[in-house]
Design a protein around this ligand. Structure first.
Ligand code: SOE
Length: 369
């Protein structure tokens, strides 16, 4: 096909596997980040056909494998149920593709580590959309910690609460351990929280003590339910800080409420993902609510503050920034804070420890890498 003049010579060519909510978000972000959406592969011809139109894709593929083997796809976005992540990632890496794979990277830590090692060996960009790193006020919090403004951290705590699985009629592939893996709420959203806690604090979760509960034992389709609705984790960090995180997908009224608070010797910070334009900053002599304003943000946050103050940025902006940084990395440019397969493997390792701790009632160490 003749190259049209206005198409940048290095325009990234993306393929999306999966046509659900996440596939749609990935396709939108890829397009806004400047990629061509070469094609889509869904779980059936009709879903693929509808997604081609919805995603603004150039064509549909008959299968994920066909998309991966296509010579005009540079990067594959994998947005399928969790059990398919590993086989599709490995096939894409073997085909020389860069890969973006939804979290959890894999349903166990050992497989996730193998995927990360394969990506490193292949020299491909391999990213995981821990997208809450891309809220400008999260970057501001990270900058404040790194600058010493918070002081020595003593406590990291918070929660990630949702209610979309509150009733027995609510069901989803994530409930089925065959498709979602052995952990549900912690692998699905606890992974985000732990990644963000480590990203902002610069600390590492070193050991966990967890409890999990299946609150709804029978659902409309899945019965008996084997994966947890609630997980409560106590932890200590490498630097000696203590912490807790509470995760639930049966918390009425909480829609996507990731909350992270860090207490240091000089100041405290708190971020609420449902109020992402704000960052609470607390000191002994008073506290303030910092509002996202490019004019007052640190150098670490400004690149992600793409709108004027008062024009709220949100989830889609995070995903678009993630796609931009991923594609910049594909072009060989460094982007600070890009969540890679190494981060995905870490999240899976923490999740393994949480499940084992909940099963045995013991504290479990979490290896650094
Ligand atoms: C469902 O819990 C879900 O879509 C997660 O899978 C996403 O990772 C999270 O960002 C929002 O909620």
């Amino acid at each position: 096909m003749e190259e049209i003049g206005w198409l940048p010579a290095d325009q990234v060519r993306a393929g999306v596997i999966g046509t659900g909510f996440m596939g749609t978000v990935h396709a939108r972000s890829a397009r806004l980040a400047g990629a061509r959406i070469i094609g889509v592969a869904g779980s059936g011809r009709e879903k693929t056909r509808q997604a081609v139109a919805r995603f603004g894709a150039e064509r549909g593929f008959g299968s994920a494998e066909e998309l991966i083997d296509s010579g005009d796809v540079d990067v594959v976005h994998i947005c399928t149920p969790n059990h398919l992540h590993a086989p599709l990632v490995m096939k894409a890496l073997d085909a020389g593709k860069h890969v973006v794979c939804e979290k959890p990277l894999a349903t166990d830590g050992e497989t996730a580590a193998m995927m990360a090692a394969r990506a490193a060996q292949a020299g491909r960009v391999a990213a995981v959309p821990f997208v809450y790193r891309f809220h400008p006020m999260v970057r501001e919090a990270r900058w404040l910690v790194a600058s010493g403004a918070v002081g020595r951290i003593s406590l990291i705590h918070g929660s990630y609460l949702q209610d979309w699985l509150l009733t027995p009629e609510d069901d989803n592939w994530r409930v089925d351990p065959e498709r979602g893996g052995p952990s549900r709420v912690f692998a699905d959203v606890g992974s985000h929280w732990c990644d963000l806690a480590e990203f902002v604090s610069g600390d590492r979760i070193a050991a966990v003590s967890a409890q999990t509960a299946v609150v709804i034992p029978d659902r409309a389709v899945s019965r008996p339910v084997l994966t947890e609705d609630v997980a409560v984790v106590q932890f200590r960090t490498t630097s000696g800080a203590l912490g807790t995180v509470t995760t639930s997908q049966v918390a009425p009224g909480r829609k996507n409420r990731l909350f992270l608070e860090i207490s240091g010797s000089r100041a405290g910070l708190a971020f609420d993902q449902e109020q992402p334009e704000l960052l609470w900053s607390g000191r002994r002599d008073g506290s303030r609510l910092l509002m996202r304003d490019p004019a007052t943000l640190s150098a670490g946050a400004v690149p992600y503050a793409t709108l004027p103050p008062g024009h709220a940025q949100g989830y889609h902006d995070c995903f678009e920034a993630f796609a931009r940084d991923t594609y910049a990395a594909i072009r060989g440019e460094h982007r600070d804070g890009l969540p890679t397969f190494a981060d995905g493997a870490r999240a899976a390792r923490i999740c393994d420890a949480v499940l084992e701790s909940a099963a045995t009632g013991r504290w479990l160490e979490v290896e650094e890498s």
